[in-house]
Design a protein. Structure first.
Length: 344
């Protein structure tokens, strides 16, 4: 089978996609610099796949290192995950985000061009849509990112569209994610944010395991069924399988595609909290606090185009998302740990 290069390979989505690609019969080579991930992920991948992960520790902005990867491995396509993703941090440190997220994408594409690889799956985001003019979001929704992180994704999409316009031999899959949650069903890999979690599910997990005292629910007076924000939560393994479908599409159809990856179902903060209480078996303390600036009342995907073009749709429901998240967090209360070393 074809060999696929993953950048940001040991991150949350990258590591799950690695397993999904192997399960689908692809060979994988991973690249990461561990700036937002742990070397312990490689040990877990070895355990779960029963094979040694092919991995290079490198920064995608390092042209010589990337050239060495492409020279050693005959890569058919690239899945580009390597990016910073904290919305709040992006607002505080815009130069850091533009340099890394756009510079890393440009560096990856430049290395691909030097080695004749012209197929790339881009990890984009529903944040490119901005405030909803209609719901659910379709791929035809106007684009207007509302924060620096979202703008790096929107600009990244445009860079690739300009590259395709200049050279039609390139093929891209722009995958606009909604809200990835959950963990591998084994409980061996999952989301391990550094510091205070920026997203709801890992914060709920840490409350459930005792690392946080309570959950702050930002806003209880939205125009939603229970007053709390509504989002489209997507199991990370469904998302990973969406990347497999996108890789197949690029290699077989040899044309570009833009699709949403989501469930199409909106879930409120309190609905997710209730499902997680069922998963962990006890009540979770929470407090309704003021709305957070920039938060939207509700957004969710129309993912029918992904089903039509890629043959992909989400298969795992909210309760499985919570059950798998709890299995991961309960078995790994401190995440991967700070001192993990890669086994020889």
């Amino acid at each position: 089978m074809a060999k696929i290069l993953l950048t940001g390979a040991t991150g949350y989505i990258g590591s799950h996609t690695w397993l999904a690609l192997l399960a689908a019969g692809f060979d994988v080579v991973g690249v990461d610099d561990f700036s937002n991930s742990s070397p312990e992920v490689l040990n877990r991948l070895r355990e779960l796949s029963a094979q040694a992960p092919v991995f290079v520790r490198a920064d995608v902005n390092d042209a010589a290192a990337m050239d060495a990867v492409f020279a050693e491995h005959r890569v058919a396509a690239v899945v580009h995950f390597a990016a910073f993703k904290a919305v709040g941090e992006s607002t505080a440190e815009p130069l850091k985000y533009y340099a890394n997220n756009l510079g890393g994408l440009i560096g990856t594409c430049a290395a691909m061009r030097r080695h004749g690889v012209k197929a790339l799956v881009f990890s984009s985001s529903a944040t490119v849509y901005g405030e909803p003019q209609f719901l659910p979001y379709t791929e035809a929704h106007p684009l207007a990112a509302m924060n620096v992180y979202g703008r790096t994704k929107l600009m990244g999409e445009q860079i690739l569209r300009d590259l395709e316009a200049a050279d039609s031999s390139w093929n891209f899959a722009w995958l606009r994610y909604f809200n990835p949650v959950g963990a591998h069903e084994s409980g061996r890999i999952g989301e391990d944010p550094r510091g205070i979690p920026n997203n709801l599910m890992p914060y709920v997990q840490q409350v459930a395991v005792g690392r946080r005292e309570f959950l702050s629910v930002f806003g209880g007076d939205y125009d939603t069924p229970d007053g709390t924000g509504v989002r489209d939560y997507l199991h990370v393994m469904d998302l990973a399988e969406g990347h497999v479908a996108a890789v197949r599409y690029l290699l077989e159809a040899q044309r570009s595609v833009t699709v949403n990856l989501g469930t199409g179902v909106g879930v409120s903060v309190l609905e997710l909290l209730k499902a997680f209480e069922a998963a962990c078996g006890h009540a979770l303390p929470y407090r309704i606090v003021d709305r957070r600036a920039g938060d939207l009342p509700s957004y969710y995907a129309d993912a029918s185009l992904a089903r039509k073009l890629l043959g992909w749709q989400a298969r795992r429901g909210l309760q499985q998302m919570c059950d798998d998240s709890w299995r991961w967090q309960q078995a790994n209360p401190d995440g991967y740990g700070a001192s993990a070393e890669v086994q020889a």
